[in-house]
Design a protein around this ligand. Sequence first.
Ligand SMILES: Nc1ncnc2c1ncn2[C@@H]1O[C@H](COP(=O)(O)OP(=O)(O)OP(=O)(O)O)[C@@H](O)[C@H]1O
Ligand SMILES: [Mg+2]
Length: 293
Amino acid sequence: MSDDNGEYPGERGMLGGDQVESMQRRLDIGSVPAQESPMIRIQNASKEFDTARGRLRALDPVNLDIAKGEFVSVIGPSGCGKSTLMMMLAGLESPTTGTLSIDGIDVQGPAERLGIVFQQDVLLEWRTALENIMLQAEIRKLDRQASLEQAHRLLAMVGLEKFANAYPHELSGGMRQRVSICRALLHNPSLLVMDEPFGALDALTRDQLQIDLLRLCANHRITVLFITHSIVEAVFLSDRVVVMSPRPGKIETIVPIDLPRPRRLSVRESPEFLRDIQTVTSVFESLGVLHED
Ligand SMILES: Nc1ncnc2c1ncn2[C@@H]1O[C@H](COP(=O)(O)OP(=O)(O)OP(=O)(O)O)[C@@H](O)[C@H]1O
Ligand SMILES: [Mg+2]
């Protein structure tokens, strides 16, 4: 974090409405006019890889706009190009055709205002939880003292304040993934891309992290591109679910999710939730990705 303006204070329901509002003003994440242009614009972005077996088409041209503050999930069968799409948005792979832009600027290298959480937590085993989070500050050459304070705040936010000095092997899978999320948030990104971040977790931890993530994103109006294999997770978290077809992937359909926010776990029992689950499931059935026999 380069200055003091981007701090995330404790998230555990301690903030009053006007405190949140004043924080939003400080973070410059207030309400957005309806005519605002999309934060993310993906136009005809496709990807082919050169492999030992020849050229492999990983992703057919994709078009997708995402508004600031929107939570969009991408779901699709293994190998359909979800991670490739995320890597292109993060500037870690270049598209074979098309363009991707964030805030109107073409992505041409590692994107600045973006946080990434990978499927595996990729923590460095010889660094403590705090030191792993501080890696972000070191790479970005951020102010050390301000970053340390921010790292402690983030650790407290995810309930790990007592584990700042623990090494990764001393943490559970869910704790490790929480540390990864803290690292992704250290520089106060306005955009978070997450590649199946909860895939390896037990169901209870997964539920809790989903709730934590929703609260965090709502309070700070973070835009999220979230990759998952779980239809239930995608519907629970998202404003829209992007359903992809098998490789070479393309967007088959986009399902809007109009469930009320803030989302409570109990929404998963509502008829509207089940209807959205059924909508996504039937797309996979029509693609032959899911079948009963
Ligand atoms: N660096 C690479 N070099 C060659 N082929 C690649 C590379 N990265 C991905 N691929 C191929 O591109 C296709 C899409 O891969 P990608 O990792 O994007 O799929 P995915 O949808 O994320 O799958 P999963 O759900 O299993 O994570 C796959 O066939 C994969 O083998
Ligand atoms: Mg992947």
